[in-house]
Design a protein around this ligand. Structure first.
Ligand SMILES: *Cc1c(COP(=O)(O)O)cnc(C)c1O
Length: 297
C-alpha cells in the first residue's frame, strides 16, 4: 500500500515537488543520526507569524551545530513563501530543515558531509484537536526524563524525540491525551512540541531551562506583560504545577491551548481559565498586526 501524504509542497534538491516526492537519501546523517536542526513557522490567513523570530532561532541552531546554510536569509524567506504559494494554503505549517547531509565516501567525520536543506508547507496542524482545545487537553506526567540540557542542547530545535515518544505511549496507557516530561530534579520540562505554563494567584510561570525556547512561549511572555500580568521563566516543581489555578501549553502548532487535567488532577480555575482565555484571544488578535506578521505575497 502506498503511504498517504498530506497535500503540500516541498523544496528539496533545488526543486519544488509534491510531498509524496520529497525524499532524502537513507545515508543522510539527519536520518541515520538525528543530526539535524529544524524550525516550524506558521502562516495564518496568508501571513507568516513572527517569521523573523523563527529564522533567527533556525540560524542560531545551525551555528550551534557547526553547520552552514547554503544560502542567505533572503533566499530562505523566498523558498518558504514559494512553498506556501505553490501549496495554495491560507493556513499552513511551514517547516525548514538542515541536516548534516551525506558524506560522499560515507566517512564517519561529520565535517565531510554536505548539508541537506529541505523546506515544506502543509496544512496548519494543532497539538490539541478541536474538542481538546474547547475543553482543555488531558496530560499525563510521565516518569520519563526529558534529555538533560547537559547532554543535548534543547535550545537547538531537534529530532531527539525518543524520550517524548516513550512518554506519549505512557500517556496513552494512562488514558491521557498527551504527555509532559520532567527533568532530573522533579521539575516540569516540556511535551512533544510544546512548552507548559502554570498560573497561580495571578502569576504565571514557565520552566526556565531544559526546554526549547519556544517562539510561542516568548510570545506568551510578551503578551502577558502587555496584559499587565506578572509572568516569568523559572524552575517549575511538579508540586507547584499541581497546585496551580490553571495551566496552558504553547506551540506554533496551535498557539495557546488550555490544559484540563494532569492525570487525576483538574485545575480549579477550569479550562480554559480566565488568564488562558484572555491570552488566547490576544494571541490570535496579533495575527492581524503588521509588526508581527509578513505577507506570503
Ligand atoms: C517546537 C517545540 C516547542 C514549541 O516551540 P514553538 O516555537 O512555540 O513552536 C516546544 N518544545 C519542543 C521540544 C519543540 O520541538
Amino acid at each position: 500500500m502506498q503511504p498517504a501524504f498530506p497535500p503540500g509542497i516541498a523544496y528539496i534538491d533545488g526543486n519544488y515537488v509534491p510531498m509524496s516526492e520529497a525524499k532524502i537519501s537513507v545515508l543522510d546523517w539527519g536520518f541515520l543520526r538525528s543530526d539535524a536542526t529544524y524550525d516550524v513557522v506558521h502562516v495564518w490567513q496568508g501571513r507568516f507569524f513572527r517569521l523573523d523570530k523563527h529564522i533567527e532561532r533556525f540560524e542560531a541552531s545551525i551555528e550551534k551545530l557547526r553547520m552552514q546554510l547554503p544560502f542567505e536569509r533572503t533566499r530562505l524567506e523566498e523558498i518558504l513563501s514559494e512553498c506556501v504559494r505553490r501549496a495554495e494554503l491560507d493556513d499552513a505549517y511551514v517547516e525548514m530543515v538542515l541536516t548534516r547531509g551525506v558524506s560522499p565516501t560515507f566517512s564517519r567525520d561529520p565535517r565531510d558531509a554536505i548539508p541537506t536543506f529541505i523546506a515544506f508547507a502543509i496544512p496548519f496542524g494543532w497539538v490539541a484537536n478541536e474538542d481538546q482545545r474547547r475543553r482543555g487537553i488531558d496530560l499525563h506526567l510521565a516518569d520519563v526524563q526529558r534529555i538533560p540540557p547537559s547532554a543535548v542542547d534543547p535550545t537547538v530545535k531537534n529530532y531527539h524525540w525518543l524520550d517524548l515518544v516513550t512518554g506519549l505511549y505512557q500517556a496513552y496507557d494512562a488514558g491521557a491525551e498527551n504527555v509532559l516530561l520532567q527533568d532530573n530534579a522533579g521539575n516540569v520540562a516540556e511535551g512533544p512540541g510544546f512548552n507548559l505554563f502554570a498560573v497561580k494567584d495571578g502569576r504565571v510561570t514557565t520552566p526556565a531551562s531544559g526546554v526549547l525556547h519556544g517562539i510561542t512561549r516568548a510570545t506568551a511572555l510578551e503578551l502577558l506583560a502587555e496584559m499587565g500580568i506578572s509572568a516569568h521563566a523559572a524552575p517549575l516543581p511538579i508540586d507547584a504545577l499541581l497546585q496551580a489555578d490553571e495551566a496552558f501549553i504553547t506551540s506554533t502548532a496551535g498557539g495557546i491551548m488550555a490544559v484540563r487535567a494532569v492525570d487525576a488532577h483538574t485545575f480549579p480555575a477550569g479550562a480554559p481559565g480566565a488568564v488562558t482565555e484572555r491570552l488566547t484571544a490576544l494571541y490570535w488578535d496579533k495575527h492581524q498586526d503588521p509588526d508581527w506578521t509578513t505577507s506570503v505575497g
